[in-house]
Design a binder for this molecule. Structure first.
Ligand code: NAG
Length: 439
């Protein structure tokens, strides 16, 4: 009798602990995709040399499109840029999510090109109180993906449970001993996880699982996507060790509230621009990042997202979709989900770019994973190590920078490279201090 009870308890525990995910949203891989996002057209909070355009401008200029079940999000790669910057887009999902499993299947990503700073990330409506989750991010010729959280005080992570390399462990944007807005960051050690190497491998899948106990990110090259993902019944408990897993002294649920999904491609600014001179291969091309980005449009013909699918799963054992009436920037749009859902750019007067919840249940289009070989690329270690040779940081360069938050700090001006920063350049974080704010 007793052992029977124990057994059934164990069985129950097992079934609860293995979260079962059910599809909540599959974003349409047609032009309707863009109706589920808001085009951000305000000044880039991260000081980028970029001109974020609205939907109709982006569409007519060919910066966005959907063909054959693939969504394209790119930048202007034909015109010399004006003083306002290179044309690009920054998209924020109309719907926000709380917990869940976000799976992005990409045929191609931007990045790996001098001057670029793309990211696929999530952010709450009240930054940093509601948290920020950076899933894909990098600058210039970086080849390994960096994953980062930015939070309010009281959230730090431990260096275990993931395959990547810890860059910084305090997620608080004002953590002492870290650069302003550095956040907690983990860098992949896989040279096909970002930019050029990723694309050479035929793309791949990024999966981010967010539970009350951890936020984890997996990367799978297109040649080795788990079959449960392809089958549409993902079970993270069966996957390999994640590239990043953020957990430790952090109450996830109090630091991460409803998050909107963001795709952006910016140029230069507080991260890519600030470290321009450290990337010698880039610095050799032009004296400043802005000069290069302005005058060499064709250099950015590979600076685009090509999305095979974007699916959000929710745990069948927990409430999933966020229903909070997220405040859209200033109070102006806070009560209008319809306004947030509109394709008309919203121009929030504060840096907060997360529109509120809209039931934008997307439709259709499964995406078959493409297959390709996984090149044993030496990208980062060699390319950037080489670039850093004069500074004596060979092969370590990629770890010298922490993530740049996409959200600004309006408390202090953006840090520029200085002798102080150079002195602080260590394996654990250069503390670039990029991604601070303006406004
Ligand atoms: C971008 O330009 C390079 C160099 O001309 C070319 O090899 C490559 O195919 C181009 N890519 C696209 C997507 O057009």
């Amino acid at each position: 009798m007793r052992s029977t009870t124990v057994l059934s308890s164990l069985a129950l525990w097992t079934s609860i602990s293995a979260a079962t995910y059910v599809l909540e949203d599959e974003y349409s891989m047609t032009d309707a995709f863009f109706d589920d996002f808001t085009f951000y057209t305000a000044t880039d909070p991260t000081d980028g040399y970029v001109d974020y355009v609205d939907q109709s401008t982006a569409s007519s200029a060919g910066l966005i499109s959907a063909t054959d079940g693939t969504v394209y999000i790119g930048v202007d790669s034909t015109n010399v840029a004006s003083s306002s910057g290179r044309q690009s887009v920054r998209l924020t999902s109309n719907k926000a999510y709380l917990h869940g499993l976000v799976i992005l299947d990409l045929a191609h990503m931007p990045g790996g090109v001098c001057g670029t700073w793309p990211a696929f990330w999530m952010v709450g409506s009240d930054w940093p109180t509601d948290g920020e989750i950076d899933i894909i991010e990098g600058v210039n010729t970086q080849t390994m993906n960096q994953m980062t959280l930015h939070t309010s005080d009281g959230c730090s992570i431990v260096d275990s449970g993931f395959a990547g390399e810890l860059v910084s462990d305090n997620c608080y944007v004002d953590a002492s001993g870290q650069s302003s807005n550095e956040g907690c960051a983990i860098e992949s050690t896989l040279t096909d996880s970002y930019g050029t190497g990723f694309n050479a491998a035929g793309g791949g899948v990024y999966a981010m699982e967010w539970t009350s106990s951890a936020i984890s990110v997996w990367y799978f090259p297109s040649s080795s996507i788990p079959s449960d993902i392809t089958a549409g019944s993902p079970d993270p408990s069966t996957w390999s060790t994640p590239q990043a897993s953020f957990a430790g002294d952090c109450d996830i649920d109090s630091h991460f509230l409803a998050q909107n999904i963001v795709f952006d491609i910016t140029f230069c600014g507080d991260w890519a621009g600030d470290v321009w001179s450290d990337y010698s291969t880039c610095a050799a091309l032009a004296s400043t990042c802005d000069d290069y980005v302005a005058n060499y449009p064709s250099a950015f013909n590979e600076t685009y997202w090509s999305i095979n699918s974007l699916k959000v799963y929710s745990s069948s054992s927990s409430s999933a979709a966020a229903t909070s009436a997220a405040v859209y920037g200033s109070a102006a749009l806070s009560s209008s989900a319809a306004a947030a859902a509109a394709t008309v750019p919203a121009n929030p007067s504060t840096f907060v770019s997360a529109p509120s919840v809209t039931a934008a249940a997307a439709t259709t289009t499964a995406a078959a994973a493409t297959s390709a070989t996984d090149p044993a690329s030496q990208g980062q270690g060699q390319g950037q190590g080489q670039g850093q040779g004069s500074h004596g940081f060979q092969g370590e360069f990629h770890g010298d920078y922490s993530a740049g938050s996409h959200m600004p700090r309006d408390i202090q001006p953006p840090l520029r490279r200085s002798s102080v920063q150079k002195m602080r350049k260590t394996r654990r974080g250069y503390g670039h201090g990029h991604g601070h704010g303006h406004f």
